[in-house]
Design a protein around this ligand. Structure first.
Ligand SMILES: [Zn+2]
Ligand SMILES: [Zn+2]
Length: 204
């Protein structure tokens, strides 16, 4: 696997001019004007001024993306929070998507998640409907992702989240394999524990 910094530098070609790459104690921050273009939809081409934080431990932790110029209204229905952070989907759904699409580098993440996000919002603004309906956000999004990814009913999920989920537990998907030998290969345990806590609060 290539070095993360080189991986990030490989994405400079998607930016206008040269983007700025900084780093702090836990992540790289890439800032610049990102060309968002998807083949077959050239009429929706646009440029967004973004700041993308990429944790040093990517892909075990996922990047966060901020749209800086308020070109997209900061509304939940556009999957933007009040600070301009883009809702790329729940983390667990993203890990699942990355596994299905074999996304292992930041360069692929930028192409297939970040640029795709801006394309989908542009498509929604132009057509009044989503090209592919996104999952709900926040807690409801988590519940929906877990039901879909692991094939769980809401009742099963409610029962499971009240227990402390451990690395050696059986996987949630009912494969009869241990979590760390099954979905735990690409979904961090800490993520599941965090999600369980939130879903647990929701159902309390
Ligand atoms: Zn969302
Ligand atoms: Zn599994």
């Amino acid at each position: 696997m290539i070095n993360l910094k080189t991986d990030i530098q490989n994405t400079f070609k998607y930016f206008e001019g040269s983007p700025v790459l900084r780093e702090n104690d836990r992540e790289y921050v890439l800032e610049g004007k990102l060309h968002c273009c998807v083949a077959g939809y050239e009429e929706l081409y646009d440029i967004f001024n973004v700041a993308i934080a990429v944790p040093f431990i990517f892909p075990r932790q996922l990047p966060t993306v901020v749209e800086k110029d308020q070109r997209i209204q900061r509304k939940v229905e556009y999957h933007m929070d009040g600070k301009g952070r883009c809702c790329l989907g729940t983390e667990t759904a993203l890990y699942d998507y990355m596994q299905i699409h074999k996304i292992t580098s930041f360069c692929q993440f930028l192409e297939q998640v970040v640029i795709m996000f801006f394309f989908q919002v542009k498509y929604f603004l132009a057509n009044g409907h989503w090209i592919e309906t996104p999952e709900a956000h926040y807690t409801q999004g988590r519940i929906d992702s877990y039901k879909r990814i692991f094939g769980l009913s809401e009742g099963d999920l409610k029962k499971i989240v009240s227990m402390k989920f451990k690395r050696y537990a059986k996987c949630l998907c009912n494969s009869n394999r241990r979590f760390d030998k099954c979905h735990g290969k690409y979904i961090p345990l800490e993520q599941i524990q965090k999600d369980f806590k939130e879903m647990g609060k929701h159902w309390k």
